[in-house]
Design a protein around this ligand. Structure first.
Ligand SMILES: Cc1cc2nc3c(=O)[nH]c(=O)nc-3n(C[C@H](O)[C@H](O)[C@H](O)COP(=O)(O)O)c2cc1C
Length: 363
C-alpha cells in the first residue's frame, strides 16, 4: 500500500515526509518535483514569503541514482524562513536572549483559523503551538508526494491537472487580478473554486465494497483534507441534485464510452474509464490585515485577531495542491489494483488487466 506520513511546522527547521509502498524501479526527476513546488508558490495574491522560500526537495532515503529502491522514500523541504524564527521555533530550549520572530505568544486567535480550537484541544498557552502545524505551509510536502504519485501514474498513461476556475466569484484571469488587487487594498482576503481532471484513468480503480474503499469518498476526503477547502464535488456534484435522472446520467454507447461525463468518471465508487473530475471550494483566507474581533485568551478581554504575513488569496496554489491530492489517491488506488514490488510487475498487471477488459472481445 502507498502510504504518506508527514511532519513539520510552518517556521520550524524543515518539512519532512516518508512515502512507503512505491514500487522499485520508478524513475523520479528532481526537477519535476521542484517544478511542482514552484507552481505551488506562485499565483497572484501570494505573500512575499513565497519568494523567500523557493522550495527544493532533498531526498534522504529510498532512491538511488534517480530510481526508487522499493524501500521507504524519505525527503525534506527546508524552511528557509526558519533562520528568522530560529529562537522562536527552536525545537530545543533556546539559548541566549529572545530574538527574531515568534517570541511573543499568540493569544488573540484568528476566526477561521485553527488558533482557538487547536489551543483548547491541546492545552497550549501560545496559539503558535497550534497554528504552526495547522498552517498550509505543510502542503509543500503534499505537493512533492503528489509529484511522486504523478510519476507512477504517468507510467500507466494517467495525466492529472489542476486549475483555478473562480477567484472571488470571478471567472477570468484578468478579473481575478483586479479582484485580488482591490481586496488587498481593502486589507481583506478571497476564496475560490479549483478543478482537477485526471485523463487516461483505467476503469476499475476504487471499490463499492466499503465506504472507505469508494474512490469518490477517498478523493473527497483528500481534497477536504487541504486547509481552507470547505466544499467538494465529483463531476457535476451539486448541480445533479437539481436535474432529473434522464438529464443527469451519462448514457452508455456501444463502444462502452459516454458522450457526457456528469458523473466525473466515478460510478459506484469505481472509476468508469472517463476522466475523473473533482472540484473544491476554498473559503477566504482567515488572516486579515484588517483583523476580525477576537478575545485575548490570557486576559479574557476583547481584542483584534492576530495579524501576520499572509496571502490575499491562494486559489491557484490550491489548484496545485488539489492536483497532488487527487494524484495521490489515484496512485494509491492503482497500486492496490495492480500491486507490484517492482515497477515491471505493476506495469505487467496493468497491461494484462487492459487486455482482459478490451472491447469488443477478440478484436
Ligand atoms: C495553498 C494554501 C495557502 C494558504 N495560505 C494562507 C495564508 O497565507 N493565510 C491564511 O490565513 N490562511 C492560509 N491558508 C488557509 C489556512 O491554512 C486554513 O484556513 C487554516 O489552516 C484553517 O483550516 P480550515 O480553513 O481548513 O478550517 C492557505 C491554504 C492553502 C491551501
Amino acid at each position: 500500500m502507498l502510504e504518506l506520513r508527514t511532519a513539520g511546522e510552518s517556521h520550524g527547521p524543515a518539512l519532512v515526509a516518508i512515502v512507503s509502498g512505491l514500487p522499485a524501479g520508478l524513475v523520479l526527476e528532481r526537477d519535476a518535483i521542484d517544478h511542482d513546488l514552484a507552481r505551488r508558490q506562485h499565483g497572484y495574491g501570494r505573500s512575499p514569503r513565497q519568494q523567500l522560500e523557493q522550495d527544493r526537495v532533498e531526498v534522504l532515503a529510498g532512491l538511488r541514482h534517480g530510481r526508487t529502491l522499493g524501500s521507504p522514500l524519505a525527503f525534506v523541504i527546508r524552511n528557509r524562513d526558519h533562520e528568522n524564527w530560529a529562537w522562536g521555533m527552536s525545537p530545543w530550549p533556546p539559548e541566549g536572549d529572545p530574538t527574531g520572530k515568534g517570541i511573543t505568544p499568540v493569544t488573540l486567535p484568528r476566526p477561521g483559523h485553527a488558533d482557538l480550537a487547536g489551543t483548547l484541544k491541546y492545552g497550549h498557552a501560545d496559539a503558535r503551538d497550534a497554528l504552526e502545524r495547522a498552517s498550509a505551509r505543510q502542503t509543500a510536502v503534499q505537493v512533492a508526494a503528489g509529484a511522486v504519485a504523478k510519476a507512477l501514474l504517468e507510467e500507466i498513461g494517467v495525466e492529472v491537472a489542476g486549475r483555478a476556475l473562480e477567484i472571488g466569484g470571478e471567472a477570468t484571469e484578468e478579473d481575478w487580478q483586479k479582484a485580488t488587487d482591490a481586496t488587498r487594498a481593502d486589507r481583506d482576503t478571497l476564496g475560490g473554486v479549483v478543478e482537477v481532471v485526471a485523463e487516461g484513468v483505467p476503469p476499475g480503480l476504487g471499490s463499492y465494497a466499503e465506504k472507505e474503499t469508494r474512490l469518490d469518498a477517498r478523493v473527497a476526503a483528500a481534497l477536504m483534507g487541504i486547509q481552507a477547502v470547505k466544499g467538494v464535488e465529483i463531476g457535476d456534484g451539486f448541480a445533479l441534485a437539481r436535474l432529473r435522472g434522464s438529464e443527469a446520467h451519462d448514457e452508455i454507447d456501444t463502444d462502452r464510452r459516454r458522450g457526457t461525463n456528469r458523473a466525473g468518471g466515478i460510478e459506484g465508487g469505481v472509476t468508469n474509464g472517463e476522466p475523473v473530475v473533482a472540484r473544491a471550494a476554498m473559503k477566504p483566507l482567515p488572516t486579515l490585515m484588517r483583523p476580525l474581533r477576537s478575545v485575548d485568551l490570557e486576559t479574557g478581554e476583547a481584542g483584534e485577531a492576530l495579524v501576520e504575513r499572509s496571502d490575499v488569496q491562494a486559489v491557484e496554489a490550491l489548484a496545485v495542491v488539489a492536483e497532488a491530492a487527487v494524484a495521490w489517491e489515484l496512485a494509491r488506488a492503482a497500486r492496490e489494483k495492480f500491486g507490484g514490488d517492482a515497477l515491471s510487475d505493476f506495469l505487467a498487471a496493468h497491461t494484462a488487466y487492459l487486455e482482459r477488459i478490451r472491447w469488443p472481445q477478440g478484436v
